[in-house]
Design a protein around this ligand. Structure first.
Ligand SMILES: [Zn+2]
Ligand SMILES: [Zn+2]
Length: 133
């Protein structure tokens, strides 16, 4: 279905379902981890993703874990403790051939934590101060 990789291609993945529920997260952790004004996440059922190599997992808060490529450092995933059967995959890791699978518009979330120097474009996405309000 969809495929993607880290920047160095050491970690590749394929999925058996299309990406769902694209969100653009402006929280400070996502900004720090991505090095960008926000991080895009695409949801997949955990069991729908097949990895060529395991990303390195680290504990990013008391509610979530994140992962990255141990060779190039690319951000790969985030998993919330309260939804362990869903894996959020960093949208930028999708292969170009799979980009058409992403449905739009998405949601801008944790906008209350956004970078002062960045404003989300008026792209039809909904804007939430936190998760969903
Ligand atoms: Zn890599
Ligand atoms: Zn975030």
């Amino acid at each position: 279905m969809a495929s993607g990789s880290c920047a160095c291609r050491y970690i590749r993945y394929t999925t058996t379902t299309p990406p769902a529920d694209p969100v653009y997260c402006h929280c400070v952790e996502c900004r720090k981890q991505s090095g960008a004004p926000y991080q895009t996440w695409l949801d997949f059922p955990r069991d729908a993703i097949k990895w060529s190599a395991e990303p390195t997992v680290w504990r990013s808060s008391d509610t979530a874990s994140r992962s990255f490529c141990p060779r190039c450092g690319s951000t790969m995933t985030m998993t919330l403790d309260n939804d362990p059967s869903t894996t959020a995959v960093a949208g930028g890791t999708l292969d170009v051939e799979s980009e058409h699978l992403v449905s739009r518009p998405g949601k801008h979330i944790f906008y209350k934590e956004k970078a002062a120097w960045y404003d989300a474009p008026d792209d039809g996405s909904r804007v939430f101060k936190g998760w969903n309000e």
